[in-house]
Design a protein around this ligand. Structure first.
Ligand code: S3P
Length: 466
């Protein structure tokens, strides 16, 4: 299992020589992959996982769960399909790891694992790379401390961190102060090992993979509207589970990651002459904000063959290049597309008119300060952009941005700041624009989409890896 930090990989991107064409699949959903490994490691019995994302972030979680006592192996079946097999720790519980758990670049890995460890009677040490060690952990350590765990962090609540778990955790009711599925999941995972009812109230719904997958592993999770009498009763949710709860092994099929699909999708919308099908993409409604937004921009985008695979709704995205118009994205949509803003911002740069993406405060605490790094990406490439509070305002140039019409966009040097999504967004911008783009480091793409460059080249991107 390879988890070493890759050396810097610069890339010089020029416009795609022709349209991007073909049928592809993107790798497994990152959120679902982390959860599949963690829940299988807690469960009693053996879980087989197909479609697992084999990116750095998820491999770190696999290593951590092994260190905690789960048996994990990667096998290839008779048909050539990769199957990950996890024998969980079950009722005998997690073992105390002998070494520091290094979660690499992964906020999801670190935060969900904090929840899982908080109410187990073991002590653990956790760290990450420079990006992860700069990200706030208080958002999970505050509620988890209320549940009885003790944490020692670096100042500012940053990793590295020591977790002193409790065997006597206290079930709490916690109202999320930020719209974060990671925080929701951390509290629910801690609640699995507390006597009584753990409740998370989320005023703004966030991705519900934890709730869905806990049910899949046999844990009843209740979801009710929050404050049924309030005017916005249909938006908030009250999520609860009763502990102690036991998980039973169940096989998992991981759908394609809509957040990874976003990159070839936007590239195909922008590179003239493109016609692309991306198969078997997860369509969980709490993840499809980008598809809604691109439809509002007039994208030639169709969702075909919608079906259910492994309990998740999936479909094939058919996309063709065409003109886009500016869009105003409401803040309430942010959780359903939180990881897609950098590449949406690239689409807005090539759209006709001024776009406003609202309520993006949470982008400041992603793998990089994504609000700042998205602004820098666009400005370096000649796009007029500004922030107003938590809103991003992008003055699109329409078709004038592309290579075929006079090359208004491109020509910049981009710093990707250890952020995979920034790197892939910069590549999309370079493929669609008219002037070459120099990217300092694409190595972090390994965290979520290791085959991204080769997949883009199969479609005709012509990326020259040095
Ligand atoms: C994730 C939730 C999101 C997202 C991240 C994955 C998850 O983070 O940005 O990439 O799997 O729960 P927040 O919940 O902090 O917004």
């Amino acid at each position: 299992m390879k988890t070493s930090s890759p050396a810097a990989r610069p890339l010089h991107v020029v416009a795609a020589p022709a349209g991007l064409k073909g049928r592809v699949r993107v790798p497994g959903d990152k959120s679902i992959s982390h959860r599949a490994l963690m829940f299988a490691a807690l469960a009693e019995g053996r879980t087989q996982i197909t479609g697992l994302l084999e990116g750095e972030d998820v491999l770190r979680t696999a290593q951590a769960m092994q260190a905690l006592g789960a048996e994990i192996s990667r096998n290839v079946d008779g048909a050539g399909k990769v199957v990950w097999s996890v024998t969980g720790c079950g009722p005998q519980g997690l073992q105390e790891p002998a070494r520091v758990l290094d979660m690499g670049n992964s906020g999801t890995g670190a935060r969900l694992l904090s929840g899982l460890l908080a109410t187990r009677p073991i002590n653990t040490l956790m760290t990450g790379d420079d990006s992860l060690c700069a990200r706030p952990m208080q958002r999970v350590t505050v509620p988890l401390s209320d549940m009885g765990a003790r944490f020692v962090t670096r100042s500012g609540g940053r990793l590295p961190m020591a977790v002193e778990g409790t065997g006597n955790g206290k079930a709490i009711t916690y109202r999320l102060p930020v719209a974060s599925a990671q925080v929701k999941s951390a509290v629910l995972l801690a609640g699995l090992n507390c006597a009584g009812e753990t409740v998370v109230e989320e005023p703004v719904p966030t991705r519900d993979h934890t709730e869905n997958m806990l049910r899949h592993f046999g844990v009843p999770v209740r979801v009710e509207p929050l404050e049924p009498s309030a005017p916005q009763a249909d938006t908030g949710k009250r999520i609860s589970l009763s502990g102690p709860a036991r998980l039973t092994a169940r096989d998992v099929t991981v759908p394609g990651d809509p957040s990874s699909a976003a990159f070839p999708l936007v590239a195909a919308l922008l590179v003239p002459g493109s016609d692309l099908v991306i198969e078997t993409v997860g369509l969980n409604p709490l993840r499809t904000g980008l598809l809604t937004t691109l439809a509002e921009m007039g994208a030639a985008l169709e969702i075909r063959n919608i079906r259910t695979e492994g309990g998740e709704q999936v479909g094939d995205l058919h996309v063709r290049a065409g003109p886009l118009k500016a869009v105003d994205v409401p803040a309430a949509r942010a959780p359903a597309m939180i990881d897609e803003y950098p590449v949406l911002a690239v689409a807005c740069a090539f759209a006709a008119g001024t776009s406003r993406l609202r309520g993006l405060g949470e982008l400041r605490v992603k793998e990089s300060d994504r609000l700042a790094s998205t602004v820098a990406l666009l400005q370096a490439n000649g796009v007029e952009v500004e922030t107003e509070g938590d809103d991003l305002v992008i003055h699109g140039v329409g078709a004038r941005g592309s290579a075929t019409t006079g090359a208004a966009i491109g020509g910049g040097q981009v710093r990707t700041r250890m952020d995979h999504r920034l790197a892939m967004s910069a590549i999309v911008l370079g493929l669609a624009g008219g002037k070459p783009v120099a990217i300092d480091d694409t190595s972090f793409i390994e965290t979520s989409f290791p085959a991204f460059i080769s997949l883009m080249n199969e479609l005709g991107a012509g990326l020259q890896v040095p």
